[in-house]
Ligand binder design. Structure first.
Ligand code: NCD
Ligand code: ZN
Ligand code: ZN
Length: 345
């Protein structure tokens, strides 16, 4: 008999939808699997105010296929000029679910990001007061710091001091990639959590570089050594309520990845649940998948759990070499591989 797993309908607590034709091509993949998603604001130009977030939310809602229920949860992009009153008003009326900290220059479309966390201390104090969560891309950007060390150094130089100064602030350490991040989150209070992507559970840095350079395995923070991948698998499947599903699905057209300066980002939305569940299966932790995918996130964000369920079945499926992406095709994570699970309903 086919092995199946039925869980409460999950959410994706970190992804990128982009805008325009690309957005319209990628939203259905997420809406097929997830009830809600935290939408990252790194458009060009970025979504820096609650008014811009409200307008972007409308465009996403228009891209959801007829008959599918899906709610985008919006974030605002912090800059050195962010306005605490605007963020607080957006959070109060439900337009904004969180604010996002991009250190300037850290990743895709982060040029307008924060140059020094000291410049946003007023906004962060206000967020701590009102219970508005802060999503963090946790990498330092200093040229002297090796790219494989940028997350660990960020913990020491930015995150630890920030958490010490604002112990009430809810912080989501996004897309963690290191053992040091797991140790930091485990040692912190209940108001510090982390998202983990499918790729960081599946690949290490050899997958990017051995036998030829693999641009579709490249994202930021970049995948690290095997010991870090194993620490992330333990964190995700170990039953702690501090870790939850956030795909960091980051679509870039094929030609922008396969380039002499290829973009960072892995498009994992089409088979995200299947990719994650295979990890939990391999770790003998299928009984912990529902908490990771459907419970820990909403509890941390103080949002209701979803009604309804999805069922996964252990049936092999092939992942196509590419999928439609609006103006050009996009190569999905696991392209050309066979996944051992599929979403049944
Ligand atoms: C993301 C993107 O393309 O927007 N890229 C990535 O490699 N993760 C940005 C981000 O989440 O850092
Ligand atoms: Zn990021
Ligand atoms: Zn991201």
């Amino acid at each position: 008999m086919t092995k199946t797993l039925t869980i409460r309908r999950p959410d994706d607590w970190h992804l990128h939808f982009r805008d325009g034709d690309t957005m319209r091509a990628v939203v259905p993949h997420t809406a097929r699997q997830f009830a809600r998603a935290i939408v990252m604001p790194n458009l060009s130009p970025p979504v820096t105010t609650s008014a811009l977030a409200a307008a972007y939310r409308e465009r996403i809602v228009d891209a959801v296929p007829e008959g599918v229920e899906f709610t985008p949860l919006m974030t605002a992009y912090l800059t050195d000029e962010s306005n605490a009153d605007d963020f607080a008003a957006g959070f109060a009326d439900g337009v904004l679910t969180a604010a996002k900290l991009y250190p300037a220059g850290a990743t895709t479309n982060s040029a307008h990001g924060v140059t020094d966390v000291a410049n946003i201390s007023g906004v962060l104090e206000r967020m701590a007061e009102i219970g508005m969560p802060l999503c963090v891309h946790g990498e330092v950007t200093h040229a002297a710091i090796d790219i494989f060390d940028r997350e660990a150094v960020f913990i020491e130089r930015v995150l630890q001091p920030l958490v010490a100064r604002l112990p009430e602030l809810k912080v989501i350490f996004e897309h963690i990639t290191t053992r040091q991040a797991v140790e930091f989150v485990d040692a912190s209070g209940a108001n510090i959590a982390a998202t983990i992507t499918p790729q960081h559970l599946h690949i290490n840095r050899n997958d990017i570089l051995v036998g030829g350079i693999r641009p579709h395995m490249y994202c930021l923070p970049v995948a690290k050594r095997e010991e870090h991948r194993l620490a992330l698998r333990e964190a995700a499947t170990g039953g702690s309520a501090k870790y939850f599903l956030g795909t960091d699905s980051a679509p870039h057209h094929r030609h922008d990845k396969e380039s002499d300066c290829g973009c960072a980002g892995i498009f994992n939305a089409p088979y995200a649940l299947e990719s994650y569940v295979s990890v939990f299966d391999e770790e003998g932790a299928l009984d912990r998948f529902e908490a990771f995918a459907s419970e820990n996130g909403p509890r941390f964000y103080s949002l209701p759990l979803n009604e309804g369920t999805v069922t996964l079945e252990k049936v092999a499926q092939e992942v196509p070499a590419s999928v439609a992406g609006g103006a050009a095709e996009i190569v999905p994570f696991h392209a050309g591989e066979t996944l051992s699970w599929r979403l049944a309903s």
